[in-house]
Ligand binder design. Structure first.
Ligand code: KDG
Length: 313
């Protein structure tokens, strides 16, 4: 019976294989699976957590590629819809020797952006323990924001814990103010909020982990988890306890995209398994470190055995 649920827009990403070439100049690309919430679903399923994913695909080769990948990754497809009226989104991604790669989206008015609240009405919430949401789905359309709010309300009614990763993507928003207001509006309704410290700078004007945590804890969030770049991860709970776990050293970073979602996989899966906040931060850091050593967003996410070996080493 599924215990983990998420909603979002899956993407196909064409990652350039030409190093340090702009998207204009790169000529070779490799196809991977992407989409922040889908990354989290892939990671949870790989760690044997029964996972449901709500989305909508176009009737096109990208949609078929994603459906195949969902099945290969043991993600339930009961709530994966299709429409003939819109395409599945995709994006291009640079390959860079340092820093974050530039990306370019082809996703406006995509199939996933057009899901409405009816898709939520068909969900069987029995047995579900955790819902993970991200600000990317909130950025897609007025309809996606309405659907997200409806899902949040239903999850609250059913007593399911909710995590929210703001996942700031300014390119998807009409304005910076709209982005900040909407993301904080959703964040305040979650049990666990997990921004990056640099996102805190934009969302509330500070990149100090404890200031960020206090901002959300003072507004009803139970646990604030802050990813502090290459340093580690910090958490503070409503009782005022603080935790910090440093990151694992990575010798060769291939691609930073997907590391934040990998962190979410580690943190959420550990909490679902009853581990402490500290152990959850450590597992989050571990999967983030594994993620950056591979080109695809989720290609480096481990199964239970691989995770055990990495943590031992
Ligand atoms: O977090 C990784 C995502 O950025 C990537 O998979 C693509 O969902 C995506 C987005 O909208 O940026």
């Amino acid at each position: 019976m599924p215990e983990f649920l998420t909603i979002g827009e899956p993407l196909v990403v064409f990652g350039a294989t030409d190093l340090d070439q702009s998207l204009t100049d790169a000529t070779h690309f490799k196809k991977h699976l992407a989409g922040a919430e889908l990354n989290v679903a892939v990671g949870l399923a790989r760690l044997n957590h029964a996972t449901q994913y709500i989305t909508q695909l176009g009737v096109d080769p990208f949609g078929k590629f994603i459906t195949k990948a969902l099945k290969e990754n043991n993600i339930a497809t009961d709530y994966v819809h299709t429409t003939k009226d819109a395409w599945t989104g995709f994006q291009l991604k640079e390959r860079v020797s340092s820093g974050d790669p530039a990306t370019f989206y082809f996703r406006k008015n995509s199939a996933a952006a057009q899901m409405n609240t009816q898709v939520i009405d068909e969900i069987d919430f029995s047995g579900l323990k955790h819902l993970h949401l991200s600000g990317i789905y909130a950025a897609l359309s007025a309809q996606s924001r309405q659907t997200l709010q409806y899902l949040l309300n239903k999850a609250h009614e059913h007593g399911i814990t909710i995590s929210f990763d703001p996942n700031l993507r300014p390119a998807l928003w009409a304005s910076r103010d709209d982005m900040i207001d909407t993301l904080n509006h959703f964040a305040f309704q979650a049990d666990i909020v997990m921004p990056g410290a640099n996102e805190g700078k934009i969302l509330l004007g500070s990149n100090d982990p404890e200031t960020i945590a206090n901002f959300y804890l003072n507004r009803g969030v139970k646990l604030a988890v802050v990813k502090v770049g290459t340093k580690g991860s910090f958490a503070k709970n409503a009782a005022g306890e603080t935790f910090f776990v440093p990151t694992f050293k990575v010798d060769h970073v291939v691609d930073t995209v997907g590391a934040g979602d990998g962190f979410a996989v580690g943190f959420i899966s550990a909490r679902l398994e009853g581990l402490s906040v500290e152990a959850a931060l450590q597992r989050g850091n571990a999967i983030g470190a594994l993620a950056v050593q591979n080109a695809g967003d989720s290609d480096g996410y481990p199964n239970s055995e691989e995770l055990k070996i990495f943590l031992k080493s």
